[in-house]
Design a protein around this ligand. Structure first.
Ligand SMILES: Cc1cc2nc3c(=O)[nH]c(=O)nc-3n(C[C@H](O)[C@H](O)[C@H](O)COP(=O)(O)O)c2cc1C
Length: 213
């Protein structure tokens, strides 16, 4: 069982990275072979709409033909049994790098003859999202719809998708050093010490579950 984590955060060792590492540790505890891909370490573009993946004469139908540092990642993702994508929320979206990854990963599999029959191979998929926003603000910011949409895209292509949310995260270690006055630094620290470890445990359990044969 091959489990691949796609990390859409630029910050190694922070919230998204810690959660994904727990996912992979959980997967390894179920006997899986694991890999972490840091999108911000790669030079790549989103889909350029060349349409070559839909060309009738194309012998590699349904595979992205663009050549850059994402190309080998897409090859390995094609073979993986489980893919866990993780991103911080930036301006109510996934990060730019994650968005570019999703475009390249999914568009190659889109079947414009019949969208109910995508060209994607079978795999298990999960999303992990981290954000400053507390859950109480989801309705006013439309975040339920945002996460449902990203889960929906994966369900369309792979027929399954789980989502783990880590909310109200700690953005910096010492809030007193920054102009971040809207946040209660003590509340952030307390949440990081009490709730975030629970999120990490859920991430471990998610990885363990997804990697079970
Ligand atoms: C450019 C930028 C935009 C952000 N926009 C949002 C946002 O719209 N909603 C939100 O809840 N958090 C937002 N955040 C906060 C991050 O999503 C949050 O701190 C996240 O947990 C960071 O993940 P990391 O620790 O893995 O980098 C933003 C952060 C940055 C740097």
């Amino acid at each position: 069982m091959k489990v691949m984590a796609i990390n859409g955060s630029p910050r190694k060792g922070w919230n998204t990275d810690m959660l994904l590492k727990n996912v992979l540790e959980g997967a390894a505890s179920s006997g899986a072979e694991t890999e972490m891909v840091y999108l911000y370490d790669l030079t790549f573009r989103g889909c350029v709409s060349c349409m070559a993946c839909k060309l009738k004469k194309n012998t590699k139908l349904g595979r992205c033909v663009l050549k850059d540092e994402l190309t080998p990642v897409l090859e390995r993702a094609h073979e993986a049994d489980v893919i866990v994508l993780a991103s911080p929320i930036y301006f109510s979206e996934v990060t730019g790098e994650m968005r570019s990854f999703v475009e390249r990963f999914l568009f190659q599999y889109l079947n414009y003859n019949d969208t109910s029959k995508p060209l994607s191979p079978a795999k298990r998929i999960a999303w992990v999202f981290t954000m400053n926003c507390p859950e109480a603000m989801f309705d006013s910011l439309g975040y339920h719809a945002l996460f449902k949409q990203y889960e929906g895209w994966m369900k369309l292509f792979f027929g399954n998708c789980e989502t783990l949310l880590s909310t109200d995260t700690m953005q910096v270690k010492d809030y007193s050093q920054y102009h971040l006055g809207m946040w209660d630094s003590d509340a952030k620290r307390r949440r990081h010490e009490t709730i975030f470890p629970q999120d990490c445990k859920k991430a471990f359990e998610l990885g363990a579950k997804m990697a079970k044969p």
